[in-house]
Design a binder for this molecule. Structure first.
Ligand SMILES: Cc1cc2nc3c(=O)[nH]c(=O)nc-3n(C[C@H](O)[C@H](O)[C@H](O)COP(=O)(O)O)c2cc1C
Length: 285
């Protein structure tokens, strides 16, 4: 009996290591979510059209504010466009090698055009309603819609054996992306998704760690963290980040490392410039 238990334990540990096992009594969906990781290396294997259709169908079932579907999806098929994105999105060559690339737009243009088609300007004046253009709040709501749709695509894809990676850098270089995709005024390129079958190496990679939930999930009110909690929060992260001392380049803790690598990095500065340029388009003239 003990022998059987030990063998079961060994097999479980090995399978868990390679992420082929559902841990505990977990249902399949939760298991897919817990085992997901970003994929940046893809097999040169075409994705069947039926699989793509299933993923798109699932994506369009995502919750959407007021059932308005305040987003659009542009499928990027042209290699030349993928190559441009690989440069314009902070020089990430794997974008040009991704078999399936989807651009998610927050989109109020469609509804605004329809309002115009329906004569809502005159209607609003007669009814004493505000006459207005899509503004910042509408944009935030449309971004929520687009991101929820994108994440639904990620999980649907994962359940079909496809890996994916978000590209947030699509918010950079607005002028390039506006011209490339003929983006009208009331759209906002909120994220790009690269999808494809993961390579063996990508599959074997363990999911990345997360901060412990005590620092992320609060009860009833927001909790600002104290020094001792930060120390606890960054214990493991600190050790991991500092393994490669060459990376540090003068930084003495994780905060300084991330400040340099992300918060004050050139790509972040460009993202803020670019987003400001997009925001100027929204709201009343
Ligand atoms: C909004 C957003 C933008 C992201 N942008 C990029 C990106 O431009 N390039 C990239 O390689 N990964 C990008 N990622 C993936 C994250 O780096 C990744 O989710 C994170 O490191 C956690 O790893 P995991 O997804 O494997 O769990 C992005 C993820 C999100 C949610």
């Amino acid at each position: 009996m003990l022998g059987i238990r030990i063998s079961y334990w060994c097999v479980t540990v090995i399978l868990r290591k390679y992420r082929y096992v559902k841990i505990g009594a977990m249902n399949e969906t939760v298991s897919v979510i817990l085992n997901r990781k970003s994929t940046r290396q893809f097999l040169r294997k075409a994705i069947p059209e039926e699989t793509k259709a299933d993923i798109i169908a699932a994506t369009l079932r995502a919750p959407t504010a007021g059932n308005l579907m305040l987003y659009s999806i542009i499928e990027v098929n042209e290699q030349a466009v993928k190559d441009t994105l690989a440069i314009s999105c902070d020089h990430q060559p794997f974008i040009s090698r991704a078999p399936w690339v989807l651009l998610f737009l927050a989109d109020y243009q469609r509804w605004f055009d329809y309002f115009e088609f329906c004569g809502t300007g005159d209607f609003a004046r007669r009814a004493g309603l505000p006459v207005r253009n899509p503004a910042e709040g509408d944009l935030m709501l449309a971004c929520c819609d687009a991101l929820i749709a994108a994440q639904t695509a990620v999980i649907a894809a994962e359940s079909c054996g496809l890996g994916s990676c978000y590209i947030g850098d699509i918010m950079e270089n607005y002028e390039t992306h506006r011209d490339l995709f003929k983006l009208p005024r009331y759209t906002f390129p909120i994220c790009l998704l690269c999808l494809g079958y993961p390579t063996k190496a990508q599959k074997a990679r363990r999911p990345t760690s997360r901060f412990d939930q005590q620092f992320i999930v609060f009860k009833n009110s927001y909790q600002r963290l104290r020094e001792s909690e930060f120390e606890k929060m960054f214990d493991k992260e600190q050790a991991r980040a500092f393994r490669n001392s060459e990376e540090l380049n003068g930084a003495v803790n994780v905060g300084q490392l991330i400040y340099r690598r992300k918060f004050a990095a050139d790509f972040t500065m460009e993202m803020n410039r670019s987003v400001k340029a997009i925001l100027k388009q929204w709201g009343d003239d």
